[in-house]
Design a protein. Structure first.
Length: 269
């Protein structure tokens, strides 16, 4: 069989670029996507094409381009996403809509676009990149947690719906990794005199420390390769340092208020 064909949204930098680089080295035919191809004139790690996950027309054109070139599409990696921080009460509505359009509706557009081809060819693999933050509501990251949690639940539902077609769906949930997500994240302004001013500022400082000290994105790339090659991959793959993965275990076994207190202590709330 020819090399598997992989499409990665948000493939120009960060985790997406690391995944694409690693899979290319392993012999896969990789297509990455970016909203603005002109920003990467010298990108030569793998094929990079234009795609805006918020635009169903753009999604359809990109998927059709890959299929017309390769005749198949074996793996979709929904990696494109944006960060957002802010108090639930004070985050602008337009920014709430934008993060849902990118982090939730975008992957759904992609899934709808690739499923007909995967059914026709008798199988395929979809990997949805969520976040460890999607397993819990984090203070001042509530909307980000909500988008990733929603995508995780769609993953579970879709897994059952498409299993008979030979298509597997996986939720890949990274913790903190050294990428440029913090630079591109939308921050609701810290409002002087706000009831949340001090707590929100302290939380912002803590979030940035965590990303700066994050792990190597190649760790995520290796897990993606493992998922693609697995005969029967799991639905959930949390990836991160031990304490981040431990937080998921604690959430399952501790009473809600006890777990909430751990989070409040962590964020000094």
């Amino acid at each position: 069989m020819d090399s598997k064909v992989v499409l990665i949204t948000g493939g120009s930098s960060g985790i997406g670029k690391a995944i694409g680089t690693y899979l290319t080295q392993k012999g896969y035919k990789v297509y990455g996507t970016t909203r603005n191809l002109a920003k990467y004139p010298n990108f030569d790690v793998f094929d990079l094409i234009t795609l805006d996950v918020q635009d169903p027309k753009s999604v359809g054109e990109a998927v059709s381009h890959v299929i017309s070139k390769e005749g198949r599409l074996d793996v979709l990696i929904n990696n494109a996403g944006v960060g957002i921080t802010g108090p639930v009460e004070e985050t602008p509505q337009e920014e709430i809509l934008n993060v849902f359009d990118t982090n939730f509706h975008g992957p759904v557009h992609m899934i709808k676009a690739v499923l007909p081809q995967m059914r026709e060819q008798g199988g395929g693999r979809i990997i949805n990149t969520t976040s460890i933050a999607g397993y819990m509501g984090l203070p001042f990251r509530g909307y980000y947690s909500a988008t990733k949690g929603a995508l995780g639940l769609i993953t579970e539902a879709l897994s059952m719906e498409v299993r008979k077609f030979g298509i597997t769906i996986t939720n890949l949930a990274p913790g903190d990794f050294a990428t440029n997500i913090a630079a591109g994240r939308y921050h609701a302004p810290v409002i002087e005199g706000s009831a949340y001013e001090e707590d929100y500022q302290n939380s912002l400082d803590l979030m940035n420390e965590h990303v700066d000290a994050g792990g190597d994105p190649m760790q995520v790339a290796r897990i993606v390769h493992k998922i693609i090659e697995a005969k029967n991959p799991k639905i959930h793959y949390p990836v991160g340092e031990f304490t981040q993965r431990l937080s998921l275990v604690l959430k399952k076994i501790l009473p809600d208020r006890v777990y909430e207190k751990l989070l409040r202590n962590h964020y000094k709330l």
